[in-house]
Design a protein around this ligand. Sequence first.
Ligand code: PEP
Length: 249
Amino acid sequence: MRSLLFAANWKMHLGPEDARAYLKTFRARYNRRDDRTVWFFPPAVSLEAAAQAVRERHDLVVGAQDIYWEPKGAFTGAISGPLALQAGAHATLIGHSERRHVFGETDEDTRRKVAAALAVGLVPLLCVGETLAERDAGHTTAVVVRQLAAALGGLDAPALSRLVVAYEPVWAIGTGRNATPRDASLVHREIRGWIAQRGVARLRVLYGGSVNAKNAAELLAEQELDGVLVGGASLDADGWAQLVQTAAP
Ligand code: PEP
């Protein structure tokens, strides 16, 4: 059976109280389906509230939006893998385009963060994707492969098999433009090929970038997509529950 992953990136929205209210609504509206899991990435301040709100539901998972690679210390404003874990996280986004392009995160940073996540037992959800200029220059594959190699190049097959990768073209995030199912699927195949060369036969690859209730079904009809990573359209609990419930047969 195809197993789908629906990941909601709340970005800088929904404090602890809003997170509790959101998840109460989501749980009431969404009827659990065995062929899908739903991951929520709240802001760090809401991690614990969100984790508590889904605690008896194995199909609902909470993750951090980012971690720093050091386990503890004088790093004001950052959260570490162990802290995220203690708050109830099971996963963490790494290398989201806003981390890379707004906060200046480098490929080397993503490597350290992936290693830190794996070391503490968090599932890294590594985001890769090209800018519009890179796409127009025909460099999509080169950029994605560079980001994969930088973040994952030193890992062996057992470590790689614990990851999830999201292909998120930068030009599609929050813009209302999204890759066609075919374009997305071609890049997904490249990602799978890169991982397969390192001895991992099966890896979950999500698509992200302006996915919403209107386009999710068409994107997920593409078998290369193992799920979606969604920002804006995941902020409304009702709408997100509906999307998760119905976006794939
Ligand atoms: C994201 O934040 O990863 C994302 C894909 O955002 P949006 O769905 O709003 O484009």
